[in-house]
Ligand binder design. Structure first.
Ligand code: ADP
Length: 327
């Protein structure tokens, strides 16, 4: 007997990076044992930025290939599907928009950030993004949502929307809880911003060892360590934080001591990280290559997922419409 339903979604941005993996995908995989999991390629959300939409199909394929290679598995009952293939969610979006104060949406830090990033394209969809996200989650009656901490304010808003809806129309929707990994915010190779494809500060999971090394070599370390002879501060170094995940503990201890004593330079330290990262990701790369041998597989998984997601969404949207009183 499973404990309930999990939902999460990600924009089809193509090959996934370490931030996606450590912040979200690790939990997508782990939760499959105890929950019915529903994972969505949120292609409609991707339209809010309106760049490269002709690549959405290719990026969907690449992303789902990564997901499957990472261990998300329809054989375990997991539903993987494309958002626009289950259009009931847009109906729920419309209904939930009626119980969402506009001011709440325009005050969100994520909205303000987007306005800064694309001042010439502050579209209606961008404002409603979190309402569509609330619909994504609630149309599957999910109680748990594995996400990175950048999504915290959206999750909180979802909970508020659910409370307002249920107050007005009865206890139909479920208030979901966010579920974070131990590393809910992974920094990019710039060592400052969250790792993100749009900032080009990311490291892709599917990278070959030489690509991995090239990216790791670009990582910003302790800014106070200018010369090889300067002692370093592992606690402010993003290379060190990744060592903590991918390097055996004894080696991490040694690196900590050697860095502080300037006995190891950043170049050598990065070489060790790149090797350990490549080793850690080798089984993933092998599985990915194997899956890529049958390109139909990804589309079959998504077709099957859409059918199963449709069955749940149809039932919930009917319940919602009845509760609201739509004839
Ligand atoms: P991106 O940020 O690369 O555009 P998405 O916004 O589609 O990717 O995020 C997909 C999932 O991965 C979300 O749950 C998000 O919170 C998580 N995530 C993305 N980047 C990071 C990061 N740097 N650290 C932790 N989690 C992240």
């Amino acid at each position: 007997m499973k404990k309930g339903r999990v939902f999460s979604g990600a924009r089809p941005t193509g090959r996934q990076h370490l931030g996606n993996y450590l912040g979200a995908i690790k939990n997508y995989v782990a939760l499959q044992d105890d929950y019915d999991c529903v994972y969505c390629v949120v292609d409609l959300h991707a339209l809010t930025t309106l760049r490269g939409t002709e690549h959405l199909k290719e990026w969907t394929y690449e992303m789902v290939l990564d997901w499957l290679a990472a261990g998300m598995d329809p054989e375990l009952g997991t539903i993987i599907f494309v958002q626009s293939n289950v259009p009931q969610v847009t109906e729920l979006h419309m209904i939930l928009s009626m119980v969402t104060p506009l001011g709440k949406l325009t005050r969100l830090p994520t909205f303000k950030e987007k306005v800064q990033q694309q001042p010439d394209n502050v579209n209606y969809g961008l404002v409603g993004y979190p309402v569509l996200m609330a619909s994504d989650i609630t149309i599957y009656k999910a109680s748990v949502v594995p996400v990175g901490v950048d999504q915290a304010s959206h999750l909180e808003l979802t909970r508020e929307i659910v409370r307002t809806f249920n107050f007005h129309f009865g206890p139909v929707l479920i208030e979901p809880q966010a579920k974070y990994t131990e590393i809910p915010k992974v920094l990019g190779i710039d060592g400052v911003n969250k790792m993100s494809k749009s900032l080009d500060n990311h490291i892709e999971l599917a990278s070959e060892p030489d690509e991995l090394y090239a990216r790791v070599r670009m990582m910003v370390t302790d800014p106070q360590r200018q010369r090889r002879t300067d002692p370093g501060r592992p606690e402010v170094c993003n290379v060190y934080s990744l060592h903590n995940i991918f390097t055996p503990p004894e080696t991490v201890q040694q690196i900590d001591a050697d860095c502080r004593a300037a006995a190891i330079g950043c170049v050598d330290c990065k070489k060790v990280l790149a090797e350990n990262l490549a080793g850690h990701l080798a089984p993933f790369r092998d599985r990915r290559a194997q899956l890529a041998g049958d390109p139909d597989h990804v589309w079959n998984v998504l077709n099957d997922g859409a059918q199963r997601a449709n069955a749940i969404a149809s039932q919930v949207i009917a319940e919602v419409k009845t509760a609201v009183g739509l004839p």
